[in-house]
Each structure stands twice: as structure tokens, then as C-alpha cells.
Design a protein around this ligand. Sequence first.
Ligand SMILES: [Zn+2]
Length: 172
Amino acid sequence: MKRNILIHPDPRLKKVCAPVSDLSDELRALADDMLETMYDAPGIGLAAPQVGVLDRLIVLDCVKEEGESPRPLVMFNPEIIAASDETSVYEEGCLSIPEQFAEITRPAEVEVEWMDRNGHARREVFTGLWATCVQHEIDHLNGKLFIDYLKPLKRQMITRKMQKLKRERARA
Ligand SMILES: [Zn+2]
């Protein structure tokens, strides 16, 4: 089932999310819904707070080439355990901040630990777009958006555009 994606500014996007202790069918269904919502948008990552659930859960799939098989990843309690000194710059966007993009500098490589949908502990090193995406999504679990890396003036400009967009959508 597709879920409604919250648009910035929304207090739920600024909250630190709670760790997941027990995997339930409900949480697995939420992960499936989030993947469906992400693919439909379309996007390459989605965090639970973006659909109004304040649990530490993200989904991502950065396979973009036509014909390549998808690689949906579901991560409960994802944690960055190591990050490279080397950085990379990507133009980031966010499903909660539609149509707005900005170049963000982040570590080029990160090692992430998480629990998969079967409750198994997993660990993997991510590079390239995957590294940027997983950091962007984990930021969401800590109430942080990519625009928080921008200078205040630019961030305020984007926030005002989003407030206007929300007003327009509410009227429609
Ligand atoms: Zn985002």
C-alpha cells in the first residue's frame, strides 16, 4: 500500500526516531509500503519519518540503469560505523522537498551496520551514490534534512517555497 509522503516543513521530519527492538509483521508491512511508495515516487531512498512513522527504518535502491535488476534494501536501526576522509559531492534531492536540489559534500565511503527484514545483522561498505543515499536516509532518522547542510539563506528560501507548495496543495 502506498503511503502519503510528508512535505517539509513538518515537525515529524525534525524528530530523532526510536530504535526498533522487535521486528513485527506490522514493521515488515511498513517496509514493503515504503519500498512501494519510493519506487512509485520515483525515488532512490525513503525513511520512515517521511511517511509519519518515527521508527529507525529506511529503504533504498540506487540501481538506476535500465535493465539492471533492482536491489531493494530494508534497514532497521542502520548505523554508520566508519566513514572515509575522502569526500564526494552529489546533487541531492528529497521526496519531502520536491523539485529542490543542491550539491552536498559527504564522506565518499561509509560502512553501515543494520538489521535486515529477517532480523539478521548485516554490515556492508557503500560507495558512490549508495554511500550518499544511505547517509541522507540515516540523517532523516536523526531529524536532519539535506537542506540543513546549506547556508541559512538558501535553506529559508527552499522552506518558503515548500510552505507555498503545501498551501497550494491544501487548496487543490
Ligand atoms: Zn530525503
